[in-house]
Design a binder for this molecule. Structure first.
Ligand SMILES: [Zn+2]
Ligand SMILES: [Zn+2]
Length: 261
């Protein structure tokens, strides 16, 4: 076994993904509280304090609110873009042995046996990133909080065995739902969040079909339903003849069953 992956929680009330290799225990995002992160790690059989490094995609609360306490309580290496660092004022955080590292889109780096590629995404934050991480030939890519999928994005996703992709809202549920007009506009805008329909379109037009696990993430609790998101993705995968991979849907309130590759 080379890599373990569990999305500890995903949605507008907190995002965090756990990835473990032979040498590194990593979080992508720290949007759950320190305590909640610990209890969810424990619930999947991991050391509740076992975090060596944290990659932060952007400064929004649902991705970064737990970072400060994690850096104070545990000695972790945190990796953030300059814009995210400034927006969070991360340099003012108390660090008991923790370290801050500034990273840039398109500039790969290593953490132990893990290679990380950060890439830029269109989202309404200062300098948002998404990440591909690779260990021993196993590639995991997570892409959430992205308003649309620019042409060059398929290249970053290609060859991923685990692809965690945002499927935020159902367009019809959002349209008839309770959100104020301005918030609806933000969500569907080019710097907002990806809809189920956009995921279906990506699969039909640009997806390489290579993922063993296709994980739908950051679902809205108001404007989406796990079955709608799943059906849209499954339909598109079937249309392309890609029936080999498993489709999983993340939850806000509990971790996904750990994937071991
Ligand atoms: Zn978010
Ligand atoms: Zn965001």
């Amino acid at each position: 076994m080379t890599v373990t992956v569990s999305v500890l929680g995903s949605g507008s009330r907190g995002n965090s993904t756990f990835i473990k290799t032979g040498q590194v225990r990593l979080l992508i995002d720290a949007g759950l509280s320190r305590r909640e992160t610990a209890s969810r790690l424990e619930s999947i059989g991991e050391d509740p304090d076992g975090i060596d490094a944290v990659l932060v995609t952007h400064e929004h609360n649902d991705h970064a609110s737990g970072l400060k306490t994690i850096m104070k309580d545990l000695a972790v290496k945190a990796y953030l873009s300059q814009g995210t660092m400034e927006a969070l004022r991360a340099e003012d955080f108390a660090m008991n042995g923790s370290q801050l590292h500034t990273i840039k889109a398109g500039e790969p780096f290593s953490i132990g046996d893990l290679q990380v590629v950060p890439f830029g995404v269109p989202h309404d934050a200062r300098e948002p990133l998404a990440f591909s991480v690779t260990c021993d030939g196993v590639k995991v890519t997570q892409l959430t909080d992205i308003g649309h999928l620019p042409d060059d994005i398929s290249g970053w996703l290609a060859g991923s065995q685990v692809l965690i992709l945002e499927s935020n809202h159902d367009l019809e549920m959002l349209r008839v739902g309770p959100y104020p007009w301005t918030l609806k506009q933000r969500l569907i805008g080019r710097y907002g969040h990806l809809s189920n329909t956009a995921v279906g379109r990506f699969i039909r037009d640009r997806y390489d079909g290579g993922a063993e696990y296709f994980v739908l993430a950051h679902l809205s609790s108001r404007n989406n339903h796990p079955e709608l998101a799943r059906q849209e993705a499954v339909r598109a995968l079937n249309d392309r003849g890609f029936s080999g991979g498993r489709v999983e849907v993340t939850r806000q309130d509990r971790p996904t069953e750990p994937i071991r590759l």
